[in-house]
Ligand binder design. Structure first.
Ligand SMILES: [Zn+2]
Length: 171
């Protein structure tokens, strides 16, 4: 292949080998020094006219595409400033699962677990309401606390009944 250029001096078409691309060539007819376009320059012209170069331009120029990135960024930016996003990072994780487990364990086997669930649940509910603990565990924490209270009350009643029976037997 060769590069065809028009001489700036005499207008004659010069054929220059590709290896001279980007260099200067001397016109054999008039001796004018002609700048040979670079090899990469020639392919650039058809590319700008091809659909590959046309398609990116509308994407950049069209307003909908230019405005979309901002609304897309806002949902990520606004929660960071909202009170909903900080909890996972700044708040302590809730102990809802542990408290509920303690409450159920207390009802099923030993009463001290119920008291633990009650105390822990009450403490954590204060923390959640004060905004210092992950509020996603509020329902579980409350359930665990209620189970703990019920278990403690039932165990207390059971103990009172036993004491009453012992007292009755003693009399
Ligand atoms: Zn010439």
């Amino acid at each position: 292949m060769s590069i065809e250029i028009g001489c700036t001096g005499c207008g004659q078409t010069l054929r220059v080998a590709d290896e001279h691309a980007g260099k200067k060539a001397r016109c054999p007819a008039c001796g004018t020094i002609v700048q040979v376009p670079e090899a990469g320059a020639a392919p650039l012209e058809p590319v700008t006219e091809s659909p590959f170069s046309v398609s990116p331009q509308p994407a950049v120029d069209e307003n909908p595409f230019g405005e979309r990135p901002e609304p897309a960024l806002n949902p990520y930016a606004s929660p960071a400033n909202s009170p909903f996003n900080p909890p996972p990072y700044s708040l302590r994780p809730h102990r809802g699962g542990l408290i509920l487990t303690f409450g159920i364990l207390g009802v099923l086997c030993c009463m001290p677990f119920c008291i633990a669930a009650w105390v822990m649940g009450a403490t954590d509910m204060k923390e959640i309401r004060a905004g210092r603990m992950d509020p996603s565990g509020q329902a579980m924490t409350q359930a665990g606390m209620i189970v703990g209270i019920v278990g403690t009350v039932l165990a207390g009643i059971w103990i009172l009944i036993n004491i009453a029976m012992i007292a009755a037997n003693a009399m």
